[in-house]
Design a protein around this ligand. Structure first.
Ligand code: 5GP
Length: 111
């Protein structure tokens, strides 16, 4: 079954886009935990980090570059967190790989 993010990527559901190219989409999180809370995802349907293969590594690198660019654009380059939840035990609820880019306030401990 298509995930919410697959539907957003196809334009079947609305989102607040902050970056898009042929391979990557970044949107604002609908329930932000900080003043800046973006979700950066590949358009390719990859369920989670554990599923990536060597062939996906250029895509992951590009996502890192997009994160840097968005951190600058949103003026949080001095302090942000980029994270992915892998699997339900880590709190993953949408099984389409995505990285949370979080910042704009002092962040607490990681877990
Ligand atoms: P996960 O727990 O899978 O790592 O994170 C999923 C994230 O997606 C959550 O932070 C949640 O707030 C966000 N989210 C869930 N549904 C939607 C939606 O329809 N639109 C947007 N923009 N974010 C969503």
């Amino acid at each position: 079954m298509a995930t919410i993010f697959a539907k957003i990527i196809k334009g079947e559901l609305p989102s607040e886009k902050v970056f898009e190219n042929e391979r990557i989409l970044a949107i604002k999180d609908i329930h932000p935990v900080a003043p800046v809370h973006l979700l950066i995802m590949p358009k390719k349907e990859i369920p989670d980090l554990q599923s990536i293969t060597a062939a996906d590594l250029p895509l992951i690198s590009e996502i890192m570059a997009v994160a840097q660019q968005l951190a600058k654009q949103f003026h949080i380059e001095d302090g942000y967190r980029l994270l992915t939840n892998n699997g339900s035990n880590a709190g993953q609820i949408i099984f389409h790989l995505h990285f949370h880019l979080i910042g704009g306030r002092r962040l607490g401990s990681i877990a």
